[in-house]
Design a protein around this ligand. Sequence first.
Ligand code: PMP
Length: 394
Amino acid sequence: MEYSPEIFLAHLAQTTPFPFLIPIERAEGIYLYEPGGKHYIDLISGVGVTNIGHRHPKVVQAIKDQVDKHLHVMVYGEYIQSTPNLLAQKLTSLLPQSLNSCYFVNSGTEANEGALKLAKRATGRTGIISCKKSYHGSTHGSLSVSGNETKKSAFRPLLPDVRFIEFGNTDHLSMINDKTACVIMETIQGDAGVRIPTKAYMKALRKKCHETGTLLILDEIQCGMGRTGSLFAFEQFDIVPDILTIGKAFGGGLPIGAFIADQKWMKLLTHDPMLGHITTFGGNPVCCASALATLQVLQEENVVAQVEAKGKLFEKYLTHPSIKEIRRIGLFFAIDFESEEKVKRIVGNALAMGAICFWFLSCPNSFRIAPPLTITEDEIKFSCEILLAAIEQS
Ligand code: PMP
C-alpha cells in the first residue's frame, strides 16, 4: 500500500508522463534499495544532490544532534542559531574574500531569485543577460532567465529585459553594457549536456562585467560542491563571481540553497525597502546542520582531490563504438549517442540491470552520469560494466 503506484499517480502531482516509478525504501552510499531488497547504483546522485553518498553517517549524526536541540524557531535572519552561524563561517572560509556573506534559502531556484534581486538592487539596473540552453530553476524569475524556450512559452509573460547569449561565444559578450544589472551563468552548463567553457572565455566574461559595472552571478547549483574536481567550479577558471549560487549537494540530502556575495551588497537588502528579501524556512537549522557536516566530510575525507582520477577511470572503462562523444569535467559526464530513442533505450536497459542514469533537460541525445564522489574504483568498474551492457543491448 505505502508504495502503491496508484496512490503515486492519483494523488502526487506528476511532472512527466513517464516517471521512473521504482519504489525506494532506503538508501545508503551509492545504493538505492527497493522494499524487497533489489538495489540500484545511483549514478546520478539524486540529480546532483548526494555528492558524498546517501545517508553519510556524519551527516545523519549531525541531523540527529540538531533535531535533539531544536527545529525551526524563527524566520530567517532574526535569532542567532548555532548551525547557520557555523555553516556561514565555514562556507565563507572556503571562498574568496569577496564572497563573505551568505543568504540561506530553501532551494536552488530561490538562490537564483535572491541573486537576481540583489543584482538589481546593487546596480539600480534592470537588464539581465543569460545563456541559451541554460537552466536556473522553475519559479518565475529563474524560469525567465533559463534558456529553454519550450519550457517557457506556456508561462509568459515572464520577466522583461532578459536577453540571451550563446554560452562560450566571446563575440556575444558585447551585449553586456552599462544597462546590464547582471549576467547569470552556470559555470558549467549542466542541463545543456555538460558544456565546459574555456578559461579565456570566462576571463573575458569577468573582464566585461567589471568594465560595465555588471554583476556576475555564477550558478553552481549543479556543478558546485566538488562535482567538477574543485570545491567550486569557478576556481578552475581563475575568476571570482560577484554572486555565487549553490543548492542541491550543498545540503547533503536536505533542502537548502544559498546566494553568497560581498556584505557591501548584501546589506542593501536590509533597507529601502527593509526586508528586501525574506524567507520563513531559509537557514533551517536541521538543513544547516546537514550542510555543515557535508562540507566537513568533503574536506576531511579528501573527497574532492580524488574526483579527477575517478572521472578518468570512468572514461577509461566507458568506450563503445556507438558513443559519439563524452563531455566530462570531474565526475560530471554527458554521453552522446546518435538519437534520443537510443538514449531512452540505454537508460531503460541500465535501470533494468540495476544502474540509474538520467537524461538532460536540453540535450536529448545524451544521458548523464554524475555519481556520488565517494564512489570507489571497484564500484566505477562495475558501473561501467552495466553501462556497456546497457549500450550493447540498445
Ligand atoms: N540551477 C541549476 C544549474 C540547476 O541544475 C538547478 C536544478 N536542476 C537549479 C538551478 C534549480 O534548483 P532547484 O531544483 O533546487 O530549484
